[in-house]
Design a protein around this ligand. Structure first.
Ligand SMILES: [Zn+2]
Length: 240
C-alpha cells in the first residue's frame, strides 16, 4: 500500500517506537531485537513479530539458490535465527546458521560444501568474502546482505553476486532489491506489506494497522527513481 503526502506530525525514529506487546508466553510471536547496534542499550528492547509474518525476500532468494543450502551468518544478539529458520523451513529445505564470529569456519563450510547462498549483514561481507576466496568454491555464491535502517549499500554489484535489503528491525524487510534491479546497488522497492509516505528525500513507514509502529522516518535520504522496473513494481527508490 503506497501513498504520497507532505509534511506530517508525530514522527517516530529508529529504533522503532513499538506499540502494545503481547505476553512473552504467547507462542504465536517471535521476538527480535529493536536495534542493530550491539552497544546500543535499546538493543535489549526486544519486539514481537508474528510467527506467520513471512520473510518473502529470503524465500525468493532461497529458491534461487536451491537445491543447495543457504547459510545464515548473524551476530547472536540480533535474535534473528528463529525467523531465518522459519522462512527456509517453510520451503521444505534444511537450514544452517552460524554466528558472525565464526566467519572463518563458515567460509570453510561454504567452500567445501558448495553452499549456494549466504545471508549476512553487509558489515560482515568483506571479511567473509576474503575468507571464502581461500577455498575457491566451485559454484558462485550468492549473497543477501542486510542493511540497518541508516546504512547504504557499500559494495558494488559485479564484485560479488549480491542483493541488498534494508530492515526496519532485524528480520523485518523495509526496502529490498529485486532480481531485475540488481544491476544497480542503489535501487530498491518498498515492502508493500507496509504503508509508505514520501516527500522530498524522506520516507516514512507505518505498520498496516498502525498498531506496532507509525510514521517512522527512514534515517537516510530516499529518492524516487522514475524508471519503471522490469519486475513490474510501480515504485522504485534510490539510496545514495
Ligand atoms: Zn524490480
Amino acid at each position: 500500500m503506497l501513498c504520497y503526502s507532505f509534511v506530517m506530525n508525530g514522527h517516530s525514529v529508529f529504533p522503532l517506537s513499538w506499540g502494545p506487546r503481547p505476553p512473552v508466553a504467547d507462542e504465536s510471536y517471535d521476538w527480535v531485537t529493536n536495534s542493530f547496534g550491539p552497544s546500543d542499550p535499546r538493543a535489549l528492547d526486544i519486539v514481537p513479530v508474528k510467527c506467520d509474518e513471512p520473510w518473502e525476500t529470503l524465500e525468493t532468494f532461497t529458491r534461487k539458490c536451491a537445491p543447495h543450502l543457504v547459510l545464515g551468518l548473524f551476530p547472536a544478539f540480533l535474535q534473528i535465527d528463529t525467523r531465518f529458520h522459519r522462512a527456509i523451513h517453510s520451503l521444505g529445505l534444511p537450514v544452517c546458521t552460524m554466528v558472525e564470529e565464526q566467519a572463518k569456519i563458515a567460509a570453510a563450510v561454504v567452500g567445501h560444501l558448495d553452499i549456494g547462498g549466504v545471508v549476512l549483514l553487509q558489515s560482515a561481507c568483506t571479511v567473509f568474502e576474503r575468507e571464502l576466496a581461500k577455498f575457491k568454491p566451485a559454484m558462485t555464491v550468492r549473497y543477501l546482505a542486510i542493511l540497518a535502517p541508516e546504512e547504504r549499500p557499500g559494495i558494488a554489484h559485479g564484485e560479488i553476486d549480491i542483493l541488498f535489503e534494508l530492515h526496519l528491525v532485524p528480520g523485518i524487510v523495509g526496502l529490498f532489491q529485486c532480481e531485475q534491479a540488481r544491476d544497480s546497488a542503489r535501487i530498491f522497492h518498498p515492502n508493500d506489506r507496509f504503508v509508505w509516505e514520501f516527500a522530498d528525500s524522506k520516507a516514512w513507514v507505518s505498520d498496516n494497522d498502525g498498531r506496532r509502529f507509525s510514521h517512522a522516518e527512514i534515517p537516510q535520504p530516499v529518492f524516487p527513481h522514475e524508471t519503471q522496473c522490469a519486475c513490474g513494481r510501480s515504485t522504485s527508490l534510490r539510496l545514495n
